[in-house]
Design a binder for this molecule. Sequence first.
Ligand code: OVM
Length: 403
Amino acid sequence: MNIAMDRRVVSDLDPFCEEFRADPYRHYAQLRTLGPIVWLEKHQIWVVQHHAQIKEVLTDWQRFSNAGGGGLTNYFKEKNWRQPSIILEVDPPEHERTRQVMMRALNAKALKAMRAGFERVAAELVDAALEKGEIEAVADLVQPFPLTVFPDAVGMPKLDREIMLIYGGIVFGAFGPRTPWYDELMKRAEEVSGWIDERCDRSALTPDGLGAAIYASADAGDITHAEAKLLVRSFLSAGVDTTIDSIGLCLRALAENPDQWQVLREDPSLARAAFEEATRYDSSSQSLFRTTTQAFEFAGQQLDKHEKVLVLIGSASRDPAVWDEPDRFDIRRRISHQIGYGTGIHGCVAQMMARLEGEVFFRAIAEKVRTLEPTGPSQLRLVPGLRGLSSLPLALTAHSSGH
Ligand code: OVM
């Protein structure tokens, strides 16, 4: 069979509109029926939605570049709101150096050293939530966990951490289209970026955290000190909202699937598996972008040079070609094709840290909580570039033995 090269499969779906984002999985399924790569009229971008093509795109950095920017803005054609990330928004060979430095900072020994602090914070938060009984889980339990343990791990002081959430909204909001919501948020961009930049300075960091480890690589000559500052900025950009939203969605999945909650409660050692399944089933990072470096044919379509490609990893995670009953949340599922952290040279560099946060958090919940029930509807936080909750009302009761 021959597909005419100039005939695009087009769709008027808009992955950034509220209606799509309210129930993305139904729309992903619809997109998957249209073909392996589809042209989205509204934004004039390509979109890939199957696990197979997504894996192909993410492992082909020569043709699918990151230097065009992490979001909808095409750096080959437009200027970005901030200096681009020197790890996310670059290609090899530049990328290798900065990636190495981040990987070294996040080594197994460093992660192991984080666990005890994570456990202490998780235990305190879960105990406080149980004390209250009825909670707004996003504000009371979910947000404070990464918002405490992540800056601690980086080596930041304990002040003003709420600004980090505004900063995260700006960073991830910038991945989507320009909207009145975003313009409003951007009014604070200068002030908030300034605050963040100061926090990335060596003098603002403790000598034993991830930040210090990055500056040590600069001392060793692997990167410049200016680059070290930008890599610390990458930690602060990518490390907080992502885990808050993924942990929140996992908690909701457990509350809404009592059978799975029961399984976890009876065997808290499944905490890491539960978070892994939630990273497939419903998690913060639904999409990312690549930009073509040249004109070429891909999956039967003719792509042009410097075109944006939206990569729906959240759709790959529900692709029935790869997963049995993809729409079922099953914490005992064996996950061998995880795509929720991306893959390839830009696969989430801190994914082992994210997993550690999830494991520790859900282990504390499983060990301390007996019942976990929604007391009202949850609400989505509609920051383009991330999926997460703004509200998750829950009622918790403790294990009688513990309290
Ligand atoms: C960065 C950055 C920002 C947002 C996300 C991200 C998912 C990286 O500044 O490097 O990775």
